[in-house]
Each structure stands twice: as structure tokens, then as C-alpha cells.
Design a binder for this molecule. Structure first.
Ligand code: FES
Length: 147
């Protein structure tokens, strides 16, 4: 089947940004799409409440690769609380649109991202204290999450 993709979708598909495993990620999740059976993984590095790095691996279609790429671009350097509000519609809009039949591919990207954040938060955050005893920010204490 042939789909009509925006120029930006094609750019992110052909040259995806931030692809691959992140060795020092402190949040990770893999999720699959019920609609098509494809899967993807997000890796996040979260420091002091900021998503300082984000990468992904996609085992999905062109639309999923493009949305994964765009998601990493949209969230890098952003506060975690802001990232938690990102929607698939915003990602699709940032890509100049997607065919309706491909919306589930962007849902997979957002669902995987939110799963990684949820796992990160479930395992507990602690306040990092500076030498003067004041909280410097939130830091995760556990290792990379599988699943
Ligand atoms: S068709 Fe499966 S992620 Fe796009």
C-alpha cells in the first residue's frame, strides 16, 4: 500500500535522529502496538527533572520511525513534567501530519515514551542533597528498567 507522507515525515524516516540503545539511560521501556504488532523502545536520561537525552529503537514502519525520531527531538532538554503532557496529536502536527491509517504508529511512540516515564517514576525518586543539605534536584536511584 502506498501512503502520502509529508516531506518532514520522509526526512525523519530516511535520517532518523537519536536512534539506538543508550547505555547510560535511567529509564527504558518497550511497547507493542495492538493494531499492527510492531514494537519500539525508548531510552531516556533524566537528570534533575530534565530529560537530558532520549533515543529510540523502532521495529515498526516508516511512520513509527519518523514519530520516534520527532519525539526525541521534541523532548530533549525539556522538563519531565512538560514531557508527560506530550500527545500523539502534537507529534503528528510537528511532522506535518500523518495519514489517518497511520495514527496508531504515533500512538505507539507516545505510549512507549509514557511507559518509560511511568516505570521511572514507579521505581522511586529521591532528592539529591548538596553539601549544604539543600535539595539540588530529583535523581533516580535504580537502574535501567526492562520491559
Ligand atoms: S504499521 Fe506498525 S507501527 Fe506503523
Amino acid at each position: 500500500m502506498v501512503y502520502s507522507y509529508s516531506q518532514l515525515v520522509l526526512e525523519h524516516f530516511r535520517e532518523p535522529r537519536n536512534v539506538g540503545e543508550m547505555k547510560d539511560a535511567n529509564a527504558k521501556a518497550t511497547a507493542g502496538s495492538m493494531a499492527c504488532g510492531d514494537m519500539m523502545t525508548f531510552y531516556l536520561k533524566i537528570e534533575n527533572g530534565i530529560v537530558t537525552n532520549a533515543t529510540f529503537e523502532s521495529y515498526g514502519c516508516a511512520a513509527n520511525i519518523a514519530t520516534g525520531s520527532m519525539v526525541t527531538e521534541l523532548i530533549k532538554g525539556k522538563p519531565l513534567e512538560e514531557v508527560k503532557n506530550l500527545t500523539w496529536q502534537e507529534v503528528v502536527k510537528s511532522l506535518g501530519g500523518l495519514p489517518k491509517v497511520k495514527h496508531h504508529c504515533s500512538n505507539l511512540a507516545i505510549d512507549t515514551l509514557m511507559k518509560a516515564i511511568s516505570e521511572y517514576e514507579k521505581t522511586g525518586l529521591t532528592e539529591v542533597e548538596t553539601s549544604d543539605g539543600k535539595a539540588a534536584g530529583r535523581e533516580k536511584t535504580s537502574q535501567v528498567i526492562e520491559g
